[in-house]
Design a protein around this ligand. Structure first.
Ligand code: WQD
Length: 324
């Protein structure tokens, strides 16, 4: 298939491009390079520099004709979204509506969309399945939930089939070590631990150790980015073959605490990795774990590389020789 990957130079996007190329697709990246990295572009894939907020960029790209699009272009910092909601409204919501209108106009009938576990909010029960109440705690999660709703309507009214993939905590780097572009100014746990291990920051700040969890620190479902990438290929096959839309969680179904990841990183890197316990971060639930049984049932998808060892080892492989 001829596939456009919007946001394909980013952290998750670049892994998705790799998986699509491996599956034999003809892939082109569309990215404004605001957080995408040159090193993440594959020579075997096309590249169009453009912005989803610029309808001229979109017209000239979409008029080239595409069988499917993967849409990963979004801002994703939950904390920032509470301080600058306008930025998230414009980029995530307006940008996506521009894309959907373009898809409708130029006949792109299949879309895989990066949704998020952030749409669920504070867990009412665990593990979280797709029917869990949707009550986002942050504006970022709200933008993803609203986009899922738009997708339903564009399916109904314009015949655009979609797969909304609700990622839990994406982590790790390419298992073959081929993708080298590191995220700039990361706020997520594993890259922060890696920056501390590399000596780029003084210490990890552990946000609270008095949660009701196994060791008092926050527990999350970390899913390897190569597993997520594989989920996109399978989801695209599903909506193509079945001609119906799909919503699934993608998670490892395993809960790992902050201290478990830290200890594993110390072991793998052989570095001390200083860490300080500080106050809880507002809005952090104690524990989030996915049920991914629907993805298994419908797509035959299962996390293969999301064990703590693989998450940390692939991350350290990317960080250990990198320059800040
Ligand atoms: C993980 C755990 C922190 C940093 C966010 C988004 C969510 C989703 C995934 C995309 C928590 C602790 C973290 C640090 C720490 N994104 N932590 N020190 O908040 O679970 O989810 O990314 O859709 O929408 O909100 O991820 O990596 O920030 O935190 O102790 O420096 O690590 O308290 O327990 P989070 P995270």
């Amino acid at each position: 298939m001829k596939i456009l990957v919007v946001g394909g130079a980013g952290y998750i996007g670049s892994h998705v491009v790799k998986a699509l190329l491996k599956a034999g697709h003809d892939v082109t990246v569309f990215d404004n390079m605001s957080s995408g990295r040159e090193e993440n572009l594959f020579p075997q894939a096309g590249f169009i520099r453009g912005d989803i907020l610029n309808t001229k960029d979109l017209d000239s790209c979409l008029s080239q004709g595409w069988d499917a699009a993967i849409h990963l272009a979004a801002f994703k910092a939950a904390g920032e979204s509470m301080l600058k909601p306008e930025k998230y409204s414009i980029n995530n919501i307006t940008g996506t509506l521009n894309l959907l209108n373009g898809f409708a106009e130029y006949g792109v009938k299949k879309v895989v969309f990066s949704s998020s576990a952030a749409i669920y909010g504070e867990p009412q029960y665990l593990p979280i399945d797709e029917n869990h109440p949707k009550d986002p705690e942050n504006y970022y999660g709200f933008t993803k939930l609203e986009i899922e709703r738009f997708l339903h309507w564009y399916d109904k009214l314009k015949g655009i089939r979609f797969a909304a993939l609700r990622y839990f905590n994406a982590a790790g780097y390419d298992i073959d070590g081929e993708i080298k572009g590191l995220e700039q100014n990361p706020a997520n746990l594993l890259p922060v631990i890696m920056e501390a291990a590399a000596g780029w920051r003084e210490a990890l700040k552990v946000f609270g150790n008095d949660y009701d969890t196994k060791d008092g620190t926050g527990v999350r479902d970390y899913v390897h980015v190569s597993d997520l990438a594989d989920g996109h290929v399978k989801a695209l096959n599903y909506i193509t073959e079945k001609d119906e839309s799909l919503i699934v969680n993608l998670g490892s179904e395993e809960g790992l605490s902050v201290l478990q990841l830290l200890e594993a990183a110390r072991k793998v890197s052989g570095r001390e990795i200083p860490a300080d316990i500080v106050e809880r971060r507002p809005g952090d639930p104690a524990k989030l774990v996915a049920s991914s049984s629907l993805a298994k049932e419908l797509l035959g998808w299962e996390a293969k590389y999301s064990d703590v060892e693989s998450l940390v080892r692939t991350s350290w492989d990317a960080y250990k020789d990198a320059k800040k």
